[in-house]
Design a protein around this ligand. Sequence first.
Ligand SMILES: [Mn+2]
Length: 382
Amino acid sequence: MRLIHFSDTHLGFAESAKVDPATGLNVREQDVYRAFSAVIDAALERKPDLVVHAGDLFHSARPSNRAIVTALLGFQRLSAAGIPLIVVAGNHSVPRVAASGSIFDALRVLPGIRSAHSGRCEVFELGDAAVHCIPHVPTEDGLRAALDALAPRADKRFNVLVMHAGVEEADGRFSLAEFNAVNLPSGAIQRMGEFDYVALGHYHRPMQVAPRVRYSGSTERLHASEAGYAKGFLEVDLAGGTTTFHRLAPREILPLPVLPCRGKTPGEVLDALRAIAASVPSVEGAIVVVRLEEIDPVAWIELWRERRDFERERLAGAFEVRWEKTFAAVRRGSGGGGPIGSLATEFAAYMKSAATEGLDRERLRALGERLIARVLEDEVPS
Ligand SMILES: [Mn+2]
């Protein structure tokens, strides 16, 4: 028996404002749809006995119509080809209120598609295999109870477990703080050893937790921290005990080396950035992350005006350039002596004592805050 294991497709994710002129779709949203469809294509080509999706099918509990349609069209192709699919809900796809219902009920309409989303274990029988599913369980106690209730079926040749949860190892290798995520209680991995294969979802990096216990990772890069991770899906031969990771081609995320900017003028920062950019082999289609450390707030504002020229000259072809920075803690010349806060904080403090005779102090403060916000949000026309 062969199965394909994929996970964390996050359909509906869209982080960029860029729209593909050919399709009218948000490009990053399109990226996640393309990755999802690539796995469906591969499944149709490889014809496994089963496909499992280990959670976070959708990016949110209330996915957009387009995200739903993409999922249904993909699953319908599997269904039409007679390839069974089992999908469990992840922490991004569970409505907090039971009364609102779940999109996972709708998925069951397609022949051969089964879904587990009720927060408890469900077992599906598929020929000589039993597939045990634990969707995202919101509490640690609930997860422990679900694990305790697991009972591999002695009458089946293969027992597969599909679940969406984090695994906390003593060395912290797998720890990842995420909202609404629950980590496995200790002893869980031992429990997993009773299965022929455990298909895990939650971490976006493909990982082997134990022999036959794996995270397939997400199918597209969703966050800068996933810059170096391979993206793909797993093909598992249960009888032979072999597992193959098939790579997809996700969008590149290229974080440039952190540039220490303490004491540097905007010109010096730009020179250093040009040297860094020259050392990058190719930025074509990539999300490039420029990382400035301890930059002087005033230098930052000057640099911000010139960054477009730098991007055009040195990072042409990049899909998007993101600027991350930390500010140097500058000391005041006289008086207070504390570190300088954000521009908005400093301005608010200044306005409390500023001489504003004949002016509406409150209006002036509000106007200043708006202008600062516009500068920082990059809404000033260039
Ligand atoms: Mn996820």
